[in-house]
Design a binder for this molecule. Structure first.
Ligand code: SAH
Length: 406
C-alpha cells in the first residue's frame, strides 16, 4: 500500500546495505534495483525545466486558444472520465501510486516469492485478496494454482484489474469485485487464505489493517491463513543535525521573518524519509509485534516501553520508527524490513524530531514509552505520544511529545 507522497527527501543519502535477513529471503529481488537515490544535484536538465516553465508563462495568443479548444480530449480517447477531484479523494484510482508499489521490488518480489515458492499453500484453495489494486497478488495466487481468487478493490483501479485479469487469461480463476470489503457480498461463505498488502507509513497510517481483520473475522475458515501474518514496529535514535536544521529550524527565520509558529506544526508531523544507517546512534528496540491472524482491532492501539542504549558518543536529534512483516506459514520464513539497515522501500522510515538535542555518551540510555492510537475524529490518522527521559553525564532531560500522522 503506498499512500501519500513523501513530505521530504534527504538528498545525497545512500540506501542502506542489504542485511542478511533480506539477502536470504529476496534472492530474486536483489537482482533488480529501481531504488537508487532519487535525488541529484540541479543539473542541466532542471535548469532546462526552469526555462520551459518561463516559456509557458506567456499569455496565449488567439491561435493558441484554438489549439486549446481542439485539445479537449474525448474521454474515450484517454480511457478515463475521472477528474482531479476523483483523484483527490481516491488516490488509488490513479495508476501512479500502483506504479510506485509495483516498482518497489522488495515489497512485490517478497509477495511473489512467498506465493511461487509455497505453492502447496495455494493448491485448490480459495483466496481473498483484500485491496487488490491492479490485481497483482491475485495473479500470483492464480498462477500458483489457487482454485479461485476473489480480488476486492474499492477504487476505480478495479476496472483495470478486471481488464488485466482478462487479458492475461485468468478470468475463470479470478473474480474482481469493485467495492469496499466491508460492503461487498462474496459469492462464497468462506475462504481459505486472505492475502493483502495493507501496510501504511509507520505501519499503521491509513488504518487498512482493520479492513483485513474485518475480512478475517467474516470469511476466513477456522484453520485458514492470513498473509502476511506478523508485523512488528521498531524504534531507534539518530543524529540528524543537518536535516533538523533544514526542516525545523528553517522556520525561525525565513527571508528574515519569524515563522516559528509553523515550527511547532512541523515538529508534530512525522517525516517520512530515508535515513542513512550511519546516522544510527543506538540499538533498535522492538516496540510491538502484531499477529494478524489472532489480534483484535484494538490491539493496533498500544503503549510500549523502550530503552535505547548509545553505541557511540554522539548527539540524538530524532527517533526513527520502521516496521517489518513476515510470512511465517511459508516453508522458509520470509519477510522484509523497512529499516534503515535494509534495502530501501517506498515506505522509507518515519522520523520523529525531538525538542531537545541529547548529548549522549557510549553506554548511556534513553528510556521512555511510545503510545500509538487511532485518531478519534479521523480513524485513518494516527496519534503518537512519546515520553522520554535521559540522565546522562553531559545532559539530563525528560519530556512528553505529541505527533500526528496525517
Ligand atoms: N494489492 C495491490 C494494492 C495494494 S494497495 C498491490 O499489492 O499492489 C491497497 C489497495 O487497497 C488500494 O488499491 C486501495 O484502494 C484498496 N483498499 C483500501 N481499503 C479498501 C477497502 N476497505 N475495501 C476495498 N479496497 C480497499
Amino acid at each position: 500500500m503506498a499512500r501519500r507522497e513523501s513530505n521530504s527527501h534527504h538528498p545525497h543519502q545512500h540506501q542502506g546495505t542489504h542485511t542478511r535477513f533480506e539477502d536470504e529471503q529476496i534472492e530474486e529481488a536483489t537482482e533488480s534495483s529501481n531504488l537508487e537515490d532519487p535525488m541529484c544535484d540541479a543539473d542541466e536538465s532542471t535548469i532546462g525545466q526552469e526555462k520551459a516553465i518561463d516559456d509557458t508563462m506567456c499569455e496565449p495568443d488567439e491561435s493558441d486558444k484554438d489549439i486549446a479548444r481542439s485539445f479537449e480530449l474525448d474521454d474515450s480517447v484517454i480511457g478515463s472520465d475521472k477528474t482531479s477531484a476523483d483523484y483527490y479523494f481516491d488516490s488509488y484510482s490513479h495508476f501512479g501510486i500502483h506504479e510506485e508499489m509495483l516498482k518497489d521490488v522488495v515489497r512485490t518480489k517478497t509477495y511473489q516469492n512467498v506465493i511461487y515458492k509455497n505453492k502447496f499453500l495455494f493448491k485448490n484453495k480459495v483466496v481473498l485478496d483484500v485491496g487488490a489494486g491492479t490485481g497483482i497478488l491475485s495473479l500470483f495466487c492464480a498462477k500458483a494454482g489457487a482454485k479461485h481468487v476473489y480480488a476486492v478493490e474499492c477504487s476505480h483501479m478495479a476496472d483495470m484489474a478486471k481488464e488485466i485479469v482478462e487479458v492475461n487469461g485468468f478470468s475463470d480463476v479470478i473474480t474482481v469485485m469493485k467495492g469496499k470489503v466491508e460492503e461487498i457480498v462474496l459469492p462464497v461463505a468462506q475462504v481459505d487464505i486472505i492475502i493483502s498488502e495493507w501496510m501504511g507509513y509507520f505501519l499503521l497510517f491509513e488504518n487498512m489493517l482493520n479492513t483485513v481483520l474485518y475480512a478475517r473475522d467474516k470469511w476466513l475458515v477456522n484453520d485458514g491463513i492470513v498473509l502476511p501474518d506478523k508485523a512488528s514496529l521498531y524504534l531507534t535514535a539518530i543524529e540528524d543535525a543537518e536535516y533538523k536544521e533544514d526542516k525545523i529550524e528553517f522556520w525561525n527565520s525565513v527571508y528574515g521573518f519569524d515563522m516559528s509558529c509553523i515550527k511547532k506544526q512541523a515538529m508534530m508531523e512525522p517525516l517520512v524519509d530515508t535515513v542513512d544507517q550511519n546516522q544510527i546512534v543506538t540499538n533498535c528496540q522492538l516496540l510491538k509485534t502484531m499477529d494478524i491472524s489472532k489480534m483484535a482491532p484494538g490491539d493496533a492501539s498500544f503503549t510500549a516501553p523502550f530503552k535505547l542504549v548509545a553505541s557511540r558518543d554522539d548527539y540524538i536529534h530524532a527517533l526513527v520508527a520502521y516496521f517489518d512483516v513476515s510470512f511465517t506459514k511459508c516453508h522458509k520464513l520470509t519477510g522484509f524490513s523497512t529499516g534503515p539497515r535494509s534495502r530501501a522501500t517506498h515506505w522509507k522510515q518515519t522520523v520523529l524530531y525531538l525538542e531537545d538535542v541529547l548529548t549522549i555518551c557510549e553506554g548511556e540510555t534513553v528510556v521512555g514509552s511510545m503510545t500509538v492510537a487511532q485518531n478519534k475524529k479521523n480513524p485513518r490518522d494516527v496519534d503518537i505520544m512519546i515520553k522520554y527521559s535521559f540522565n546522562g553525564q553531559r545532559c539530563q532531560v525528560s519530556r512528553t511529545q505529541y505527533y500526528k500522522m496525517r
